[in-house]
Design a protein around this ligand. Structure first.
Ligand SMILES: NC(=O)C1=CN([C@@H]2O[C@H](COP(=O)(O)OP(=O)(O)OC[C@H]3O[C@@H](n4cnc5c(N)ncnc54)[C@H](O)[C@@H]3O)[C@@H](O)[C@H]2O)[C@H](O)CC1
Ligand SMILES: [K+]
Length: 500
């Protein structure tokens, strides 16, 4: 699913009006109906509801929503925040229609006009939408602040009033903090950014049948992975396939006290369809791996407690493997750094790099140029900051992410809520699965195993990253459904992985 910018959203509106064709007021009515269908699924008809309306089309939506809820016997009160002398035409049209249904329309011009809000009430925030062009001030700001202070539940129409659709807000901007956002047709970029979490709440898309052809043709760098899109990436298995068809991966993982990372990434790799797996661990991990993951072959490093890359028996050369995953629990010992320095120049095929291997790259940035093209790096924000630089806000972070992936011709999975997957050609795919339960030790090792397995099976790196991150998060969602997010462990995620 594409994420469009505010100008494109406006153009999409116009394109729908022109090509359907549909009168703007009827498109507003369609949006309002879609919102109301959602609302009545979530709040009983006895819910005291206050609809706060601005003077633009977001406000116009609000007036239409109020009228539709009144027609469905909801106890609705309308509060028009009159912050400017002029209303939009569609606002005026809906204002006239609403007055046919109720006279109970109040106007907020001064602080004293702002009504009290009780805990059992629901506020529908239709003050400002994607037309926000400056920080809220005056009576708008006061009304937003009052709504945020109140104990009532809040549902924002299209986007929280005061939140910019696709650019950073200022540190002192006053923005609605909704429990829900019901947005029209497409997600907004603002919803993907961690710092905006409190200004988005639990968000839902409602389809208002905007012009599909415009969306299909609209250029964008931002995408939000839908289940149907992830499913399309899945390679079907041929009946005559054999182990060799699905690759032989090599994982470099583990150090003394962190052999579990090697076990988790190995198990995840096998649970993600790799044909054969060899894991190279320090000698102290050999027995553990062979016991815990009998399906994996194991190379014992010469060193007892850390990886140097040297093994006593003549093992296959790293380049003999379909792909390599490196990082889970390897630590940052000089001998391990030496191994990485020796290994990288010999590799041509994409590898998966995670955890301390990333930190070694951060401390030796000249190695970044030696990464095989289309390798996949999987930093969490702190690791990414070490790899690149500090950023002032999430939008700058995305720019840094995109430039870094393009500069080194790599795929970067910036992990977190809505993990952002940056591609070598400058796109960013936001993941749509996962939950806070995944913030537990070892889930990163699991993802490394998954991605290594997908690359070994022949997925191109972007497909592997989008599908692997999606499947990883979805497995976490299954676990959270069964046992709640608290108490989830990385092994649960491996056991919940599905590839159908
Ligand atoms: N395709 C869709 O998504 C549809 C969206 N609809 C709704 O239309 C709004 C966008 O409406 P628009 O008139 O462009 O702007 P707003 O209502 O968001 O803002 C109104 C108006 O307010 C002025 N303004 C900007 N910033 C401020 C500020 N800080 N304080 C005060 N006033 C401000 C500015 O002049 C704006 O024009 C979208 O969100 C949807 O709710 C359609 O109804 C259906 C299709
Ligand atoms: K709004």
């Amino acid at each position: 699913m594409k994420i469009l910018n505010v100008d494109q959203i406006r153009a999409l509106d116009q394109s729908t009006i022109l090509h359907e064709p549909i009168a703007p007021i009827n498109l507003m009515e369609r949006a309002a109906l879609a919102f109301v269908d959602w609302f009545i699924d979530h709040f009983p008809v006895t819910t005291p509801t206050k609809v706060f309306c601005g003077l633009g089309n977001n406000g116009g939506d609000g007036l239409s929503i109020a009228r539709l809820l009144l027609e469905r016997d909801y106890p609705v009160e309308v509060q028009v925040v009159r912050y400017a002398p002029r209303e939009s035409d569609d606002f005026m049209h809906n204002h006239r229609r609403l007055k046919l249904v109720t006279e109970n329309i109040k106007y907020i011009e001064f602080s004293r006009d702002i009504p009290a809000l009780r805990h059992n009430e629901v506020v529908i925030d239709a003050i400002l939408g994607t037309g926000l062009s400056r920080p809220t001030e005056g009576i708008v700001k006061e009304t937003i602040a009052a709504i945020n202070r109140a104990p009532a539940s809040v549902v924002s129409v299209d986007i929280a009033s005061g939140l910019y659709t696709d650019q950073p807000n200022g540190p002192n901007d006053v923005i609605i903090e909704p429990d829900y956002t019901v947005t029209f047709q497409l997600p907004k970029l603002a919803f993907m950014l961690p710092k905006n979490g409190r200004y988005v709440g639990n968000w839902q898309i409602v389809d208002i049948r905007l012009h599909k052809r415009y969306i299909d043709l609209a250029p964008t760098a931002y995408y939000f992975t839908q289940p149907s899109e992830a499913k399309l990436l899945l390679h079907k298995r041929d009946r005559y396939a054999n182990k060799g068809t699905f690759g032989h991966a090599l994982l470099y993982a583990g150090s003394f006290g962190k052999i579990g990372a090697a076990v988790l990434s190995a198990r995840a790799c096998l649970r993600s369809g790799v044909g054969l797996l060899t894991v190279q661990v320090p000698r102290c991990g050999y027995l553990v791996l062979q016991t815990a993951v009998p399906e994996a072959m194991c190379l014992a490093d010469d060193h007892q407690t850390l990886l140097t890359g040297a093994t006593e028996i003549s093992s296959p050369a790293p380049t003999d493997f379909t792909t390599i995953g490196i990082g889970p629990g390897i630590g940052k010992a000089p001998e391990t750094l030496a191994m990485l320095k020796k290994l990288l120049p010999t590799l041509k095929k994409p590898i998966v790099v995670d955890a301390d291997a990333l930190n070694l790259l951060s401390e030796n940035r000249e190695l970044l140029d030696q990464l095989p093209p289309n390798s996949i790096l999987t930093p969490h924000p702190k690791e990414f900051e070490r790899l690149t630089q500090k950023w002032d806000n999430d939008y700058q972070k995305l720019d840094i992410l995109r430039e870094f992936a393009k500069k080194y011709t790599i795929v970067v999975v910036l992990k977190g809520a809505y993990s952002a997957i940056a591609t070598p050609d400058g796109d960013i795919h936001f993941n749509s699965t996962g939950n806070p339960g995944l913030s537990t030790g070892g889930t990163g090792d699991v993802l490394t195993g998954i991605l290594t397995a997908l690359v070994a099976q022949g997925y191109d790196s972007v497909e592997a990253a989008v599908l692997g991150v999606f499947a990883h998060g979805l497995a976490g969602d299954r676990v959270a459904e069964q046992r709640g997010p608290i108490g989830m462990v990385a092994s649960d995620v491996i056991d919940a992985l599905r590839w159908d």
